[in-house]
Design a protein around this ligand. Structure first.
Ligand SMILES: [Fe+2]
Ligand SMILES: [Fe+2]
Length: 258
């Protein structure tokens, strides 16, 4: 049995701060920790400093998302496979895309494969995530499979989870930064939650200081977003996995004191 902690999108310096302070206290309780780091560098993407902070806090694997390529640093990190256990989106069209869309880890004698996949509804064009996963799951050597589903639409997330039910251990959503209360195990044994929620500043609009997003909506013109200050929170999901299926799933939330 594997006890896996999945931590939702780490956002900027406040997200890195709460992760660095709190994740080490959780580390002994888990066999494997996955952290989505797609907003760890100032709200957009991942750079070397952010990757190192996330790994030092106790992550075994860092997943990404639609902001995967924001910082040039990430190209070098993706090529350094041994030092940086990154998983970038699987369903990209360019076969020359650097990095890996899935990785298999040996955890206490068991195999655990982590996949990062992008949705297509209300997002930039990418390859079909349903077909990309169907193809990946033809492989016989994946062990238990944990999917970080980075997508906007609740409908697309549910559809992919139900499509994969019984074939993967977990489908956990990211990207919308708000934890959903639909935590459950589907009939075939796949743990599912539409969104894990994010790890970042509480008094924010999905991580950004509210001022600029409000101006954007008021004026219909672009405004420069800033990472919000104040206390941060950490949101995640705990999944117990055995034989490729989920035994349990529960939400996890920690909030810094103001
Ligand atoms: Fe995000
Ligand atoms: Fe995202």
């Amino acid at each position: 049995m594997l006890r896996v902690l999945f931590v939702g999108d780490v956002y900027g310096q406040p997200g890195r701060r709460v992760l660095s302070a709190h994740l080490p206290t959780l580390r002994p309780d888990f066999d494997f920790i996955i952290v989505n780091g797609e907003n760890a560098a100032g709200g957009f993407g991942l750079h070397r400093e952010a990757a190192e902070a996330i790994l030092k806090a106790g992550a075994d694997c860092i997943t990404l998302g639609n902001h995967a390529w924001h910082h040039k640093d990430v190209y070098a990190l993706m090529l350094d496979e041994a030092l940086y256990p990154l998983v970038r989106p699987l369903n990209v069209s360019d076969p020359g895309t650097p990095g890996m869309g899935w990785r298999t880890f040996e955890v206490g004698g068991e195999r655990l494969t982590v996949v990062n996949v992008l949705g297509r509804v209300f997002m930039e064009a990418v390859a079909n995530p349903f077909l990309a996963l169907d193809e990946l799951l033809l492989r016989p050597d994946l062990g238990s499979v944990f999917v970080d589903l980075h997508a906007e639409a609740t409908s697309e997330k549910a559809a992919l989870a139900w499509h994969l039910d019984g074939r993967v251990a977990a489908v956990i959503g990211t990207h919308t930064h708000v934890p959903t209360a639909d935590t459950r195990i589907l009939p075939g044994g796949t743990a599912f939650q539409t969104d894990a929620g994010f790890t970042g500043p509480t008094n924010s609009i999905i991580g950004a200081d509210p001022a600029a997003p409000i101006q954007k909506f008021l004026t219909e013109r672009p405004h420069r977003f800033a990472v919000a200050g104040g206390p941060a929170e950490l949101n995640g999901v705990i999944v117990q996995i055995e034989g490729g299926k989920a035994l349990s799933i529960e939400r996890y939330r920690y909030v810094e004191e103001a």
